[in-house]
Design a protein around this ligand. Structure first.
Ligand code: GLU
Length: 513
């Protein structure tokens, strides 16, 4: 039997920035497609004009690109099923909704918003279950099922506003096969007659989504669990169109939960709990509110991909760090769990630290470059790499590179007074001066020769190592931070080392005075 080529789509609505849950959906689609040599499609679902946010589509494309996810067909790249923006496909949906009206699977509904509101109020005050437009209530509402054909034609001819609703079949068990959840069944009595086509002439998500998945020959719908309740309706729509035999397979991904496991990780949680929930930062065009992003917080895209890969999928081995190629190779929907995964911000940082360590010093130099030019610094590549080799291990996030290395490029101008008070003794200045005089005479100053000199100096004078090392560190860095003193001295070099001693002693002397 010939197998159909795999085609998957990521179908975001441009209603704001893409939450990491959305990035994960895109990632799993991408991995699935790449693994099975299929096609990955980006479809922009922008038929809800009320929720349209300018800039959101660009944000989605750019932030996914930063993560390393690209598309074979998209509004940007085009493709055999263009256009890929639903707002540009309205004529198509009009044609398909007409088919449903004709075969009795959809109907016109003329109820005004005020009338519907009154029904809702009524249901509430009489203590009944909440009002829904469904197979029971539709019989007594204002629609083409309850009105006569001539009443309907008159209303339409008079320009009355209407929507088109799906006509859910009565009392039928609808069974959806989900690749992750197994069999999900619901009685159609519990489904409402959702609006498929709005009074503004545009389809709702449900109609446009099903029509496009069919026309774009989608084989697998991989999306978040929040869409699972819509799957029975979608299945009924496929059936109503007569497309059941080419219906895509469904895979609903488990939720990403808040760190404490209490509910879905929301857009607001990140900044509230101190970690980003968006791939890149986003400024809300309406409110001007700024949401932080992984990129701006100093995460590497490889790390973000890994964090998300593990939130729902597990490789079934101990391996934690993957390249994109390894993920593509190992990913399968069978290894995606049913249960929500807690987002762990500490683990996220850990992942980033791991990927930072995998970077070469040349790559790290590129990451540090913007900070150096901000400070008008242009160290030699060799010096920069020597510094990075020393501080790399302490860097979890990109900004840590600068916080842990700036003093290699600039002399300290302030000295931590608390440290000073604690370590500086009456004899310290003269001890350091004595040591500096010996360093001065050293022909070949490097980490090892300096180490030997200090060893010899302390042994000879009986001065404790700490009495030498702590003050030296304060003079070099301005605090008690930094890598090993010998390493630091070796990288700074003799001239700079001695300069910092004399400047520091002068400054500290002045501050004391
Ligand atoms: N437009 C929907 C969303 O914003 C797509 C859901 C689906 O993949 O079917 O998530």
């Amino acid at each position: 039997m010939e197998t159909k080529p795999i085609r998957v789509r990521f179908a975001p609505s441009p209603t704001g920035p893409l939450h990491i849950g959305g990035v994960r959906t895109a990632l799993y689609n991408f991995l699935f497609a790449r693994k099975l040599k299929g096609t990955m499609i980006l479809r922009i679902e922008d038929t809800d004009q009320n929720r349209f946010v300018p800039g959101a589509e660009k944000y989605i494309v750019d932030s996914l690109r930063w993560c390393g996810l690209d598309f074979d067909e998209s509004p940007e790249t085009g493709g055999p099923h263009a256009p890929y923006r639903q707002s540009e496909r309205s004529a198509i949906y009009r044609e398909y909704i007409q088919r449903l009206i004709e075969n009795g699977h959809a109907y016109y509904a003329f109820d005004t918003e005020a009338e519907l509101e009154a029904h809702r109020e009524n249901a509430k005050s009489s203590g009944h279950k909440t009002f829904q437009y469904d197979q029971v209530t539709r019989k007594s509402l204002k629609n083409s099922l309850s009105l006569t054909p001539s009443e309907v034609s008159e209303l339409i001819a008079s320009g009355a506003s209407y929507v088109i609703r799906v006509c859910i079949p009565e009392n039928e068990t609808v069974v959806v096969q989900d690749l992750i959840r197994g069999e999900v069944s619901v009685n159609s009595a519990n489904l409402d007659d959702k609006v498929l086509f709005k009074s503004d002439g545009l389809p709702t998500y449900h109609l446009a989504n099903v029509v496009d998945d069919y026309l774009m020959k989608i084989t697998h719908v991989i999306r978040g669990e929040e869409w699972l309740p819509s799957a029975p309706l979608h299945l009924l729509l496929y059936r109503s169109f007569g497309w059941e035999d080419v219906m895509p397979k469904f895979a609903h991904l488990p939720l990403i939960l808040k760190p404490d496991g209490n509910g879905k990780l929301s857009k607001r949680d990140g900044d509230r709990l101190g970690f980003p929930v968006f791939p890149t930062s986003w400024e809300d065009p309406k409110t001007g509110e700024l949401y932080s992003g992984y990129r701006e917080s100093g995460y590497l895209p490889e790390a973000v991909i890994n964090i998300l890969a593990h939130l729902g999928w597990n490789p079934g081995t101990e391996q934690e760090l993957f390249t994109m190629e390894e993920l593509i190779d190992q990913f399968s929907l069978e290894r995606v769990g049913k249960h929500g995964s807690k987002f762990d911000p500490e683990k996220a940082k850990w992942f980033n630290h791991q990927y930072m360590q995998k970077k070469t010093v040349e790559e790290l130099a590129d990451l540090l470059a913007p900070r150096l030019s901000e400070h008008h610094l242009s160290p030699s590549p060799e010096y920069l790499q020597n510094v990075l080799r020393l501080v790399k291990e302490r860097a979890s996030l990109v900004p840590d590179l600068w916080t842990n290395s700036w003093y290699f490029f600039m002399r300290p101008t302030i000295y931590d007074q608390q440290v000073y008070q604690k370590i500086w003794q009456p004899a310290t200045s003269s001890v350091i001066k004595e040591l500096a005089a010996e360093v001065e005479k050293l022909a070949d100053f490097n980490k090892d020769s300096f180490h030997d000199l200090v060893q010899e100096f302390t042994a000879r004078t009986g001065i404790k190592m700490g009495m030498v090392m702590n003050p030296l560190r304060l003079l070099m860095v301005g605090s008690n931070q930094g890598p090993g003193m010998m390493d630091m001295a070796g990288v700074l070099g003799k001239e700079e080392f001695l300069a910092r001693i004399s400047i520091g002693l002068e400054n500290l002397g002045a501050s004391k005075a």
